[in-house]
Design a protein around this ligand. Structure first.
Ligand SMILES: O=C(O)[C@H]1O[C@H](OP(=O)(O)OP(=O)(O)OC[C@H]2O[C@@H](n3ccc(=O)[nH]c3=O)[C@H](O)[C@@H]2O)[C@H](O)[C@@H](O)[C@@H]1O
Length: 441
């Protein structure tokens, strides 16, 4: 007869057979060992849990710091005197009639440049950024250091933290909100859809809720995207063209943002301007973007992947240089027009605007690579493949006449010059300036 499971694997001491004394001794000592091990591991787990809870509490209560990740839940905030003083100083305009601007995503690429431009002309600027790890946090910290040199304070916090935002709006009467915090990147939306909902939709609504309750309400300028044109094939893209065929979840969240803006303008009288950025590039840029990652890989001798559309068509983008975009942002703030409501009540109609901020001259991706090769003095190893179904659109091309008429927007930097400046910055930032002859074509 086959032995039963209980015979072979006694699971409790009471079921141990006592037919052989030696056997009993072995089992008894084994039971003691198992019990002690259980006790030990139980205590270890309890200790680890306690330490974890203590660590979380201590990270959250450091005055003025929010250790929140991209998808974290809003947490309680306890500002102290030092923090308040820094906030007030950062917001102080250095000229009469200076704006007081809260810049979200201030440690981001566009946020850094816009904050510097505003501060330079004497506006009060306060930044907020959650320093998430979508790309190198060290680059965000370096941008923060740049801003700190100009006495711009960046609060570490998430735009979903309503309590923090309310604290800020109670403390400061912001005239404007420059909302640039977002989950960027077209292709990453397939890997982490939740972070787009968190930042681009939930975060936007949290901000608008706080702005509509503020008294006075600030005027809002925020970053939409050229990607809202999606599968639209009419070129160049004008603000009135179709935007109901997004090709990526990223585009869909930006389009949703434009509709949400309409709602808050309509119900609460918030002045809202959406800017459709066209593949913005330049010094201090985003490492996830093609021009940046291509530069890194070309210098490392690693192959780069170039996507091609159907019928082996090259993809093209209306690459727009950062300085041109900054001028468009600042001019949007200056011309925004007031919000009309206060404390959640609309008092009259307020401006609701949308502008393309592009360069008006698309360049193909292979051409972008050629320009980089020239400036880097290194030949790229190219791997050309059919564009995967990843949310990319084949081309973008902006018509900027509306921005030209209403903002005086006039892009002047072509890709050749813009990439030259980017490469110069890239080499210097990474300490790679060395004799050209050692980098061969
Ligand atoms: O203007 C916009 O609306 C968007 O511009 C960029 O998105 P994208 O134009 O896709 O910029 P890159 O990621 O730099 O790609 C540029 C081109 O290079 C291509 N590419 C990208 C990566 C790669 O490895 N190979 C490659 O051929 C892409 O398909 C695309 O045609 C930004 O990443 C978005 O955040 C922004 O909203």
């Amino acid at each position: 007869m086959a032995p039963s499971e209980t015979d072979n694997f006694p699971s409790t001491p009471g079921k141990v057979k006592m037919d052989r004394s030696n056997y009993f001794g072995r089992v008894a000592s084994r039971w003691h060992a198992t019990a002690s091990a259980r006790l030990l591991s139980g205590s270890a787990i309890l200790l680890a849990l306690t330490l974890f809870v203590l660590f979380r509490i201590s990270s959250y209560t450091v005055a003025g710091r929010y250790m929140t990740g991209a998808n974290s839940v809003p947490i309680a905030f306890k500002p102290d005197h030092v923090w308040e003083t820094r906030v007030r100083q950062s917001c102080l305009p250095k000229k009469d009639e200076g704006l007081i601007v809260l810049v979200t995503g201030a440690a981001g690429f566009v946020g850094t440049h816009v904050s510097l431009a505003l501060k330079k002309r004497g506006d009060g600027v306060l930044g907020i950024d959650n320093f998430n790890s979508y790309y190198e946090v060290s680059l965000k910290r370096a941008r923060q250091a740049l801003l700190e040199k100009q006495e711009i304070f960046i609060i570490e916090g998430d735009i979903n933290n309503k309590e923090l935002l309310k604290t800020l709006f109670d403390l400061i009467q912001f005239t404007h909100l420059m909302h640039l915090a977002a989950q960027a990147g077209v292709r990453y939306a397939m890997q982490n859809p939740g972070s787009y909902v968190h930042s681009n939709i939930a975060g936007l609504i949290t901000l608008l809720e706080v702005c509509k309750d503020a008294n006075p309400q600030p005027a809002i300028v925020w970053a939409s995207s050229s990607s809202v044109y999606g599968l639209n094939s009419k070129v160049p893209f004008s603000e009135n063209d179709r935007t109901d065929q997004p090709a990526s979840l990223y585009a869909a969240t930006k389009k949703a943002g434009e509709e949400i803006a309409h709602t808050y303008n309509h119900i609460y009288g918030l002045s809202i301007t959406g800017l459709r950025f066209f593949t913005v590039y330049g010094p201090w840029g985003r490492p996830d973007m093609a021009y940046f990652s291509f530069t890194r890989d070309i210098l490392k001798g690693k192959p780069i992947t170039i996507y091609q559309g159907s019928n082996k068509q090259d993809l093209a983008r209306d690459f727009t240089y950062i300085d041109d975009v900054v001028k468009g942002c600042v001019s949007s703030l200056d011309t925004a027009g007031m919000s009309t409501g206060s404390g959640g009540k609309k008092k009259g109609p307020a401006p609701l605007r949308i502008f393309n901020l592009g360069n008006t001259s698309p360049v193909t991706v292979p051409n972008l690579v050629s320009i980089l090769e020239k400036h880097l003095k290194v030949k790229a190893k190219k791997n050309v493949i059919k564009m995967p179904r990843n949310g990319d659109v084949p081309f973008t091309h902006a018509n900027v006449s509306l921005a030209h008429d209403q903002l005086g927007y006039n892009p002047t930097t072509n890709l050749e010059i813009g990439l030259k400046r980017f490469v110069k910055w890239y080499l210097s930032y990474h300490g790679l300036e060395r004799p050209v002859k050692s980098r061969r074509l």
